[in-house]
Design a binder for this molecule. Sequence first.
Ligand code: L34
Length: 295
Amino acid sequence: MSYEIIDGKKISLQMQEEIAAEVKAFTAKGGKIPHLAAVLVGEDPASQAYVGSKVKTCEKVGFKSTLVKFPSTISEQELLNKLDELNNDKDIDGYIVQLPLPKHISEHKIIEAVKPSKDVDGFHPINVGRLVLDLPTYISATPYGITQLLERYNIETSGKNCVVIGRSHIVGSPMSILMAKNNKFANCTVTLCHSRTKDLKAHCLNADIIIAAIGKPNFVTADMVKQGCVIIDVGINRVDDASLPKGYKLVGDVDFDNCAPKCSFITPVPGGVGPMTIASLLKNTLLAAKREIYK
Ligand code: L34
């Protein structure tokens, strides 16, 4: 069967153009230039690449950006002190602390130390609570990006069975909440599957939409996919491949080659959800600069 590839790269560029136009209009009226700060702890190559891409995209859309780098040996208190500074810096509209953090630093403590009005990742308990209660909030970037893909590809979601695989705080959990909302591009019957789920295959075979966010290469296989299914692959796994210049290739959580022929729509990796995460973070930063969530 023929399937359509959801081009996250293309939609991300489209969103970036829209954001750039909004920045122009906003600053022309005397608004301030949006300013995003990103805190990077340690030398994890993937984190460095993602944060680098965030900073570069800021420049492209006319934002200011500040990259704050620390060695992995920084103490929790030193990091908290920096966050305090960012919370009080009037020029910074929003900031993120790239995850994962070194083991000696409590992720919860760090997330709770970010001022909710500057929490453009949408990870703070107040912003997560606001999401659950349908109050204005920063929707975290990956889930927001996925809803944008569904919307911009005009994918029918209302009344559909959506299986989300993975219950992480960053993706699976907020995604399951978003897909169940009373919105045009949601209204799904949601099943949140995880490592203790019994008969995952049966759940998946009943799904009109599968959102895979497990972090295991080729976890979703063709025998788990119903004909006509929509697959959103959130995985970005680096798999060793000595024949490539980088020494690795990127693969998703879905066995793309074998699943795609059964799908109506499917996202690729790379070029699917990843670029949307970046565009969505910038969208949140624009909302922060315009004081649209916290007046
Ligand atoms: N605080 N930590 C915080 N916020 C986030 O939103 C993230 N995330 C996740 C990891 N930690 C975080 C990201 O930024 C994952 N993530 C992310 C961002 C961008 C891309 C992937 C993950 C991305 O651009 N992916 C490209 C390929 C990049 C490559 O070649 O390595 C893609 O096409 O999928």
